[in-house]
Design a protein around this ligand. Structure first.
Ligand code: ACO
Length: 311
């Protein structure tokens, strides 16, 4: 029986069709999806913090409205993704517990500080640009609910990327100090953004299985390369320098060569020792505890409603 189910699953993957929640799936497939989707959801929720810190200090009503909309979108992305994880049998309260206790990861990128308003622009341009490179192929991921959630998320990420780039174009037309602020932010975010794509292919333990299952469609290094190729002309247009002396066009490959990120830094940040890890998880934990009364009230209300219907 197991063999027959496995053959059916393999055939669905081979035909590039979708696996849906009620379909049989190998335990490893379910486990890796819950792992990746939960991490992705946690990243969206933790990712509200670095930029959310600028909402009260945005320099104009227009910038504040844009930033508000963007941070709210991220909350929405987290919720679609937690729902997708629930279709695999995961429990949302349990996932949150795993995040705050450090048993589940979230993206390294959100452990860096945002000391200037230019960081809001650079996060949009680099971080959301990297998210688009990584997530557009996930719209074709083999698991239906994840792939469908990605379609809407990518549309919103595209708005996020553009608002960031537009903010930076505006700052670059401003004063010398503003231009310097943009360059400083670019210098700080470039390498961490390249690290978002994960370790190099040779050091990526999950890739082989995830590619065979068509959860991932491209390797970490391939997506990192696409991001570099996409970003270089945008940097030229903006008038900033990307902080990599080895970055140059390679005519033969038809792609850019670039330097090697500091992989020991990525390992440190992932293992909890980045510049803001303690602050990010601390803030999430406090928000979760302060929200306990809302969850309790909602549960009591739901129980009362159910009682009324039953009675
Ligand atoms: N930050 C934190 N952890 C990372 C990162 C990173 N930048 N890159 C890799 N890791 C972790 C992996 O989760 C894995 O740990 P685990 O086995 O405990 O889960 C380990 O490092 C080894 O990496 P890989 O074997 O390459 O892991 P994987 O195949 O899952 O690839 C990737 C990592 C590319 C991040 C993949 O999970 C993915 O595409 N996720 C969906 C996108 C996403 O989560 N984006 C979040 C940031 S974008 C945004 O929210 C704006």
């Amino acid at each position: 029986e197991e063999q027959r189910l496995q053959a059916g699953f393999d055939a669905t993957i081979d035909r590039d069709q979708r696996i849906e929640p009620r379909d049989w799936m190998p335990e490893g497939y379910r486990r890796t999806l819950v792992r990746q989707i939960a991490q992705h959801a946690h990243s969206e929720i933790i990712g509200m913090q670095p930029e959310g810190a600028w909402i009260t200090r945005a320099p104009s009503l227009r910038r504040k409205a844009i930033l508000f909309a963007k941070v709210q979108d991220e909350a929405g992305h987290g919720l679609y993704l937690y729902s997708a994880a629930e279709t695999l049998g995961a429990d949302r309260a349990d996932l949150t517990e795993r995040l705050v206790s450090g048993r589940q990861k979230y993206s390294s990128i959100f452990n860096y500080p945002t000391p200037t308003f230019a960081d809001v622009g650079v996060i949009g341009w680099f971080v959301d640009g990297a998210a688009i490179c990584n997530q557009v192929p996930l719209c074709r991921s083999s698991y239906g609910p994840y792939a469908r959630a990605m379609v809407r998320i990518c549309k919103e990420e595209s708005f996020h990327q553009r608002q960031g780039y537009e903010l930076l174009l505006t700052m670059m037309r401003g004063t010398r100090e503003q231009r310097a602020m943009v360059q400083d932010s670019v210098d700080r975010w470039w390498w961490p953004s390249l690290m978002m794509f994960g370790p190099p292919d040779g050091d990526s333990p999950n890739s082989a299985a995830s590619m065979a299952w068509k959860i991932k469609r491209h390797s970490n290094d391939e997506l990192r390369q696409r991001f570099v190729d996409m970003t270089v002309p945008q940097a030229e247009k903006l008038g900033v320098t990307l902080p990599d002396p080895d970055l140059r066009w390679n005519e033969e490959r038809g792609r850019h060569d670039f330097g090697t990120p500091d992989w020991s830094e990525l390992q440190r940040v992932i293992s909890g020792d980045g510049p803001c890890n303690t602050e990010r998880v601390g803030r999430r934990t406090a928000a979760h505890e302060e929200g306990a009364w809302v969850r309790e009230a909602a549960a009591v209300h739901a129980a009362k409603q159910a009682g009324r219907v039953a009675g």
